[in-house]
Write a protein that binds this ligand. Structure first.
Ligand code: MTE
Length: 327
């Protein structure tokens, strides 16, 4: 842990109380999900043990490679960037560990190449794309975004990627598509956290189509001018700076367009604590703590949290919505 102030929320506390209280219900759900995967009903990507044995420093390691031709983005904040060592050693990535310093160690041999992303659901061009083909779809941009975790800490990161809309417009969602769902890889052989029922694996997140098409929504494959470190979501993730960090799913293998609001993992785990929208909102407390302030990693004093994390450009997406109900 980089910060150890008494009022910091311990990493384990993000695991919601109701998850333990509803453990029986949760395990029943997990069993059904497991059966679906085993029978091939679930479209989950499982890497065979033999492939996992190959995984190591020999294979699939592009993390840390410099990215050429990065353009600056007008969406960047001019606030001080959080040091690389803090951002890459203080991670939430429950597939590896529930400890903040766990993913940096445990993800090092995670295999990020070859990597395919399945595009399916309500879309004209259903396909499986190689991650390197996706990365080449548009010029890489550096987007220096504030990133606010639901636990009360924040960071400023120079992400590299391009607007998620660049991918979406190339695959032609049909007019029925109202939401888009993102699924993280399921590979318990490589991800020790997935051998425990901490969450209902694989990790799933979702956005409304207009949120996904908003220029701020970033399809991300790098940070600090280099390809993403594995603990930060390599080879490809989303970054949604106006939402709590858990909406920004890592290591994505599937993008599915749908007419129904996706069930996101944290909402399944604790619906009263983690909503679908999860817009940063200092006026709506988490049931167990205030969201009015945050601590920037490396700083001592807390600072006020801003509505939409300060990204007012998205406010019009939510006109007329009660953001207390739709938390
Ligand atoms: N994605 C997956 N697949 N698994 C996770 O546990 N944690 C989320 C989000 N994406 C998580 C995830 C949370 S709670 C946060 S705050 C951010 O990732 C952290 O991203 P970072 O480690 O790159 O700062």
């Amino acid at each position: 842990m980089l910060i150890k102030n008494a009022d910091d929320i311990r990493s384990s506390e993000i695991t919601p109380k109701s998850l333990y209280l509803n453990r029986r219900k949760f395990l029943a759900g997990a069993a059904i999900a497991g059966t679906a995967a085993a029978t091939g009903l679930g479209l989950r990507q499982i890497v065979s043990p033999s492939v996992s044995v190959l995984a190591g420093n020999m294979a699939g390691n592009t993390a840390g490679n410099k990215i050429d031709g990065i353009q600056k983005s007008p969406f960047s904040t001019t606030e001080a960037i959080t040091p690389y060592k803090d951002v890459t050693n203080y991670n939430n990535y429950y597939e590896f560990s529930t400890d903040k310093d766990g993913p940096a160690k445990l993800a090092q041999n995670f295999r990020t190449r070859p990597w395919k992303v399945k595009i399916d659901g309500l879309v004209e061009k259903k396909q499986e794309l190689d991650v390197d083909a996706i990365i080449k779809m548009a010029p890489p941009e550096e987007r220096i975004y504030r990133h606010r975790c639901v636990e009360g800490w924040s960071i400023v990161v120079p992400w590299v990627g391009f607007s998620l809309s660049e991918l979406i417009k190339r695959v032609n969602p049909t007019s029925k598509a109202k939401f888009v769902e993102f699924t993280t890889i399921l590979d318990p052989n490589q991800m020790p956290g997935q051998r425990r029922q901490v969450l209902d694996w694989p990790y799933v997140e979702g956005l409304r189509m207009d949120e996904a098409m908003h220029p701020l929504a970033l399809l991300c494959f790098g940070m600090y001018g280099e390809e993403l470190p594995k603990q930060d979501g390599a080879p490809i993730r989303i970054v949604l700076p106006w939402k709590y960090g858990f909406k920004s799913a890592k290591a994505i293998v599937r993008v599915r367009f749908t007419d129904k609001q996706p069930l996101n993992t944290w909402n399944i785990a604790a619906p009263n604590e983690y909503g679908f929208y999860s817009n940063v909102n200092p006026n709506v407390d988490h049931p167990r703590w205030s969201q009015a302030k945050e601590r920037r990693l490396g700083e001592f004093f807390k600072r006020p949290t801003l509505m939409f994390n300060g990204y007012d450009q998205v406010a019009s997406l939510y006109t007329g919505m009660d953001l207390k109900k739709n938390f």
